[in-house]
Design a protein around this ligand. Structure first.
Ligand code: ADP
Ligand code: MG
Ligand code: MG
Length: 211
């Protein structure tokens, strides 16, 4: 598979939902350390609703429609910060993907726009110890891979690795946005839950592309 079509968009979201289902306790434990201990349960509820919502879409839905529906579902089902942030990212990315298939360049552009929506809504930059710390390097990896003429499979694997490295790199940081910022220096030494779930979402894309 070298393009994002409706089936791959659906497979991405289903793979993500399964990964959240497997790892929600770990995400919640990370959030218990520097937040309010609900990140795993927020995403679990959100992605269960996402799978139900996108499964109900018409067979002629575009990948953009699928991602957009996932986004609006997260916004309406997840009360925490991550719901509106991931939801906006998916809605904006979906709006940028109106064609039946999108190549790697189009996917990278759409996810860059989605990242922009998170930055606009949450006001965080790289280094603030948020999901941006995984999201930005993942998008940059996709852009580089597109420029270098890599396949979607290679690109999505590189993006997942970049997101995982970005998530690990949040450990020594002090949070400057979100609930963890209330802890000040006590947020140092813990991996950010949102950056961790972003890495999980990019790993899910890589797995769905390979499957
Ligand atoms: P809440 O903090 O409302 O309980 P969650 O626990 O679901 O929401 O999500 C917390 C995650 O959201 C954080 O780990 C962080 O990655 C992300 N986050 C919080 N605030 C922001 C922000 N302003 N910009 C980007 N990401 C943020
Ligand atoms: Mg929380
Ligand atoms: Mg909360």
């Amino acid at each position: 598979r070298n393009d994002l079509d409706r089936e791959l968009a659906l497979a991405w979201l289903r793979t993500a939902a399964a990964a959240v289902e497997r790892q929600h306790e770990e995400l919640t434990a990370l959030d218990a350390a520097i937040g309010d201990g609900d990140h795993g349960s927020n995403l679990r509820r959100g992605f269960a609703a996402v799978v139900a919502a996108v499964d109900a879409l018409d067979a002629d839905a575009t990948p953009g429609t699928v991602l957009g529906k996932a986004g609006s579902t997260l916004i309406s089902k997840v009360g925490g910060a991550s719901g509106p942030l991931y939801g906006s990212a998916l809605r904006v990315a979906g709006a940028a993907l109106p064609a039946p298939t999108a190549d790697l360049t189009a996917l990278a552009e759409a996810l860059r726009a989605g990242l922009g929506a998170v930055q606009k809504l949450g006001g965080a930059a790289v280094g603030d110890k948020t999901m941006i710390d995984a999201f930005e390097p993942a998008v940059a990896a996709l852009e580089r891979a597109a420029f270098d003429g890599f396949t979607l499979r290679e690109a999505s694997a590189l993006a997942a690795e970049a997101a995982e490295a970005g998530a690990r790199a949040t450990i020594p940081l002090q949070a400057r946005k979100g609930r963890a910022s209330y802890l000040g220096p006590r947020s140092v030494g813990h991996q950010d839950p949102g950056a961790t779930s972003t890495a999980l979402l990019f790993r899910a894309l890589a797995e769905a592309v390979t499957a």
